[in-house]
Design a binder for this molecule. Sequence first.
Ligand SMILES: NC(=O)c1ccc[n+]([C@@H]2O[C@H](COP(=O)([O-])OP(=O)(O)OC[C@H]3O[C@@H](n4cnc5c(N)ncnc54)[C@H](OP(=O)(O)O)[C@@H]3O)[C@@H](O)[C@H]2O)c1
Length: 333
Amino acid sequence: MSTTKTINLKNRPNGKPVLADFDIVSSEITELKEGEVLLSSKYVSVDPYLRGRMSNAPSYIEPFELDKPIASGTIAEVLESKHSNFSKGDYVSGMLQWKETQVATADGLMKVDPKKAPLSAYLGILGMTGLTAYLGLTEIGKPKKGETLVVSGAAGAVGSVVGQIGKILGMHVVGIAGTDEKVEMLKSEFGFDEGINYNTTEKMIKAIEKACPNGVDVYFDNVGGEISDAVLNNINKFSRTVNCGAISVYNNTEVPKSTSVQPFLIKKSSSMQGFVIFDLVDKHPQGIKQLTEWLLEEKLNYTETIREGFENIPQAFLDLFEGKNKGKMVVKL
Ligand SMILES: NC(=O)c1ccc[n+]([C@@H]2O[C@H](COP(=O)([O-])OP(=O)(O)OC[C@H]3O[C@@H](n4cnc5c(N)ncnc54)[C@H](OP(=O)(O)O)[C@@H]3O)[C@@H](O)[C@H]2O)c1
């Protein structure tokens, strides 16, 4: 039986994950059975939410098991097929294990067309993060033309798309990101009206007030924590906060004693709603259709940070917490 390189979860991270939490091992490639396909991984997505699956706290998705492979969104080539829907040479997208080569059941795999878009785009703008941006903003944020949208984590995979959709919908869009270079990119490449570097801005409440002269109507929150507190200080009556992510607290080792968002929400009759993109699965086809249309019309733009090499998957994941990506972080094998 032949073997393949595999990345297992070695330890449950304590605080910020480190390379020693991962193990690169060799595992056997199982025999191909009816209904299965043999796949060669081409692009692997690394995502902040994987941090949650590395701990064993109850969540909307099962934790990873220790000494077992990690899995994430992956684009793979079919090497051999025992399923009528897939043939050798097809490219598929699915939730696959961090393995160079693997046998997987064909259920849950979706064919992707490399002639319509670069393969990596199916992990970002035409995949989970694009859908999160589009459905999170439109379904939960309920944006209206002329309103002000603030996006945190704005230069990342989700945030950069949220801001652009805000512009397509006629909003005043302000992005918050971690470097001057990212802030510049938001304005020059993605059409944001204003950008704020949270690492160099001392008075975030004031900076947001200045960038949003009419207050904040929709806050698309990717980071949580102090940045979000500063935005909430500026929300308008009947505003909406979309709780998409909270990366600034994913590595916390202690649960905060209390949160203080309620007074902001009460005073402004404002709402705050969390969501998980898998809740909106019935809307995914329409979302992909809309994102594809906007891409073809060149109303949407996207950027990616592409790392190379199977062994570099864990480092790429760690780098998300250091802000080392612009747009979607993927690893090319
Ligand atoms: N609800 C859902 O279904 C769903 C789906 C997908 C993603 N998400 C969430 O959406 C958020 C964005 O995901 P993504 O895939 O687009 O990742 P991403 O934004 O491409 O990458 C993470 C970014 O977060 C920023 N960051 C890291 N640590 C931070 C900190 N302590 N404070 C503030 N910012 C920090 C960094 O940018 P800076 O340089 O700007 O700091 C980094 O580039 C994540 O919180 C993720 O969990 C939710």
